[in-house]
Design a protein around this ligand. Structure first.
Ligand SMILES: CSC[C@H]1O[C@H](OP(=O)(O)O)[C@H](O)[C@@H]1O
Length: 338
């Protein structure tokens, strides 16, 4: 059995991250011991995926304070504010930082309490993944074709992933199903990450370019779409990797159920609708030099939003670890937090 890829680990009193920018060619684990290097790892996407970003940032706060001798609370507040500037869209980052800054303990045990909180956030994410997988599995059937976009997999989280969680559980049950993974331009998380982790698990995965999704659906190869999310607004509008909106339109056109796998830390009731979700824009080089060579004139204008927003009307169900949420989303999402 191929050794599991572990995107995040707290080991030997350091944060160890799998450098996802090097996949699928090289499996390189890197040790992080400063908050600055964790900030850089999030920005450069060595670690990526909403839940994974939150877990990494939580450890980053501890790394910032562990050698401090005075003003520990101030150091925690400042490091959280600094990490919050890394990437704007995934609400898990801010949720995790809020958890860390909310830690209260006497100076003598404060650092220990912070590390314990980071480890708790990490462990909870593993449990969330499995529950989401079990809830999604109730919506799927043996023999299905499933399309997914980007990587909402084990590499975006702490264990099973979210959108991929039911795929691993279905494999454990011996189900026969096919996964179509959009390569997901420009950073290609689908082909470099989803295809890697699913094929290593022995799951039948086929990479398609993003512009093939319509044809694959038109051929009746897809019976369900499952995607992850970076922020679900209070009305159910969902920010996810750029291209997800288009997939949702196609799914609606071909009458294919469109499921969002959503850990509750990714649901942000403080953001009323999708129009208020901050959308990260990234460097033009990701679009015109993504394959290691220039694929457009160097001085051309490039628009590179890393996410888009799928309106709640396109979503069949938002599947969380607490249960399956259907429309009316405003009302039913709020019930999760009562
Ligand atoms: C399980 S959430 C993963 C989510 O995060 C990805 O974005 P990025 O790779 O830029 O961090 C993508 O939107 C996935 O759906």
């Amino acid at each position: 059995m191929t050794e599991a890829l572990n995107p995040i680990e707290w080991k030997n009193d350091a944060l160890v991250l799998l450098d996802q920018t090097k996949l699928p060619n090289d499996i390189v684990y890197e040790e992080f011991t400063t908050v600055e290097s964790v900030w850089d790892a999030i920005v450069t996407m060595k670690v990526r995926g909403a839940p994974a970003i939150g877990v990494a940032a939580a450890y980053g706060v501890y790394l910032a304070v562990r050698n401090a001798e005075t003003d520990l609370v101030e150091v925690v507040q400042k490091s959280a504010a600094y990490l919050a500037t890394s990437r704007p869209t995934a609400v898990n980052l801010f949720w995790a930082l809020d958890r860390m800054t909310a830690v209260k303990a006497p100076d003598a045990t404060y650092k220990e309490a912070l590390l314990a909180e980071a480890k708790a956030i990490h462990k909870e994410d593993e449990e969330i993944n499995r529950n989401i997988g079990e809830n999604l599995l109730t919506l799927l059937a043996d023999g299905m074709g499933i399309l997914t976009h980007c990587n909402a997999g084990a590499l975006a989280t702490s264990k099973y992933g979210t959108a991929t969680a039911p795929m691993y559980l279905a494999k454990e049950k011996g189900w026969d199903f096919k996964v179509y993974a959009d390569e997901t331009r420009p950073r290609l998380q689908g082909s470099t990450l989803t295809a890697l982790e699913l094929s290593r698990a022995g799951i039948d995965v086929t990479v398609i370019t993003d512009n093939m999704a319509a044809m694959v659906m038109s051929q009746g190869k897809v019976q369900a779409v499952i995607v992850g999310c970076d922020r679900v607004a209070a009305n159910g509008d969902t920010a996810n990797k750029i291209g997800t909106l288009g997939v949702s339109i196609l799914a609606k056109h071909y009458n294919i159920p469109f499921y969002v796998a959503a850990p509750t830390p990714t649901i942000d009731l403080n953001t009323p609708t999708g129009t208020q979700i901050p959308i990260e824009e990234r460097h033009k080089s990701e679009v015109i030099e993504g394959f290691g060579k220039l694929t457009a004139p160097a001085d051309v204008n490039v628009y590179n939003p890393a996410f888009d927003v799928t309106p709640h009307e396109h979503i069949t169900a938002i599947v969380t670890e607490k249960g399956i949420v259907r429309a009316p989303f405003s009302e039913n999402l709020e019930k999760l937090f009562r």
